[in-house]
Design a protein around this ligand. Structure first.
Ligand code: GLA
Length: 394
């Protein structure tokens, strides 16, 4: 009996070894293929000119593509993702992010379509905060408050770009140096954002920064997704999950009150998949303040571990987007301020709630709220934050 057991175990062990071996081989073949594709001209990173800044500076567009057919267009202005194709259940790749076809359209009053947002994503109350007894004054560009880095945040500057093919996929490294005092923030900040498109339809974003004086940093990506691929439709039928037991209620200016309120039994409960439209018009004070959802959810993983934070699913096309992050929170914004004023890439207009944002980040107004996880960055430290957007179908 023992012998039978032993040989059975030995067999299982052998099978597992063989399986592992195959997996490794497969991996190797895949990366070989990637290299072959690149060498044979089927480049994973294409480059073209997108436009010119008013001062004549050139803005480039990089197209990251993988072997499945996913393409992500990123421009050096604002690190903006202008186009991102994702498969539906029939394997059709279609553009699923709001944006424009030309650079000039991004110069107007644009609500951060696809942009890299910094130095501080989200709001800082009254455009002011103190560090080590020194008070810093920022632009009040959102009513009485500061929003998304100010009048000329990281979404409105031209980044340096370098493309490379890595073992993980096509990658674009964007760098920008924000001068000491830029937009009122202390410290010269060297920022590096790496976009990598992997072979499994996942865009990894790695944010890094170093400073020469104590400062605050909170970087995020502001893509508006419409998984239907049809920008004339709203996103109310998208089923969203937020891996968050609590959210941050806000005052009339959308500044967190400081409370972490449990979502249970409220329209803010997305712990199970729920259609965005189900309770978006609920008779709820917080919903009214946001004009829908425009709040920060506190993620389950608050210890810096990288994990699944959110998902959005479009039943008709079968498109599923999953968001992974090591950030402690996520701003879920349902495009409530979109009003049909901006012309879409396909000729129509971007109507109210025609896109949804899942902005991974630290809590808004953290520089003024001591109980919130700190957004302070000191000289000698490296800010490092990771978020991945993964597409699949179901
Ligand atoms: C963020 C904010 C919203 C709005 C958009 C841009 O996500 O939370 O209130 O300002 O950006 O329009």
């Amino acid at each position: 009996m023992r012998t039978i057991q032993a040989s059975f175990l030995y067999f299982v062990f052998l099978a597992a070894l063989l399986h592992l071996g195959c997996k490794e081989n497969k991996k190797e073949n895949q990366s070989e293929n990637q290299m072959v594709k690149t060498e044979s001209g089927k480049s994973h990173v294409g480059k073209s000119t997108f436009g010119e800044m008013p001062n004549g500076e050139q803005v480039d567009k990089y197209t990251l593509s993988n072997e499945n057919g996913m393409e992500v267009d990123v421009i050096t202005y604002g690190g903006i993702i202008t186009r991102w194709t994702a498969p539906d259940k029939n394997g059709n790749y279609q553009d699923v992010v709001l944006g424009f076809n030309d650079l000039e359209s991004y110069f107007g009053d644009v609500p951060y379509f696809g942009a890299l947002v910094g130095r501080y994503g989200n709001r800082i109350a009254k455009g002011q905060f103190s560090l080590d007894g020194e008070t810093y004054t920022l632009a009040k560009n959102n009513g009485p408050n500061h929003l998304h880095g100010g009048n000329k945040g990281f979404d409105k500057v031209v980044w340096n770009a370098e493309a490379e093919n890595t073992d993980d996929g096509a990658s674009l490294v964007l760098t920008y140096t924000s001068a000491d005092g830029e937009e009122g923030y202390p410290g010269k900040l060297d920022v590096k954002v790496t976009y990598t498109l992997t072979g499994d339809d996942q865009l990894d974003i790695h944010y890094e920064a170093v400073t020469d004086k104590p400062t605050v940093v909170n970087l995020t990506q502001h893509s508006y997704f419409n998984l239907s691929g049809d920008f004339s439709q709203d996103i109310l039928d998208h089923e969203v999950t937020l891996n968050a037991p609590a959210y941050l209620p806000v005052d009339a200016g959308l500044i967190p009150t400081g409370e972490l309120r449990p979502v249970e039994g409220t329209p803010f409960d997305f712990t199970e998949p729920k259609a965005v439209g189900k309770e978006i018009n609920a008779d709820n004070e917080q919903i009214k303040r946001g004009g829908g959802y425009d709040h920060c959810w506190v993620l389950d993983e608050t210890n810096g571990d990288f994990g699944l934070a959110a998902s959005a699913y479009h039943p008709e096309t079968g498109r599923l987007l999953e968001v992974y992050t090591d950030e402690p929170a996520i701003q879920f914004y349902t495009g409530n301020f979109l009003n049909g004023a901006l012309v879409s890439k396909t000729g129509g207009t971007y109507g109210k709630r025609s896109g949804l944002c899942l902005e991974t980040q630290h809590y808004p107004d953290s520089p003024n709220q001591e109980a919130f996880p700190s957004t302070r960055l000191n000289p000698g430290e490296t800010y490092s934050s990771r978020t991945s957007f993964k597409f699949s179908t179901k």
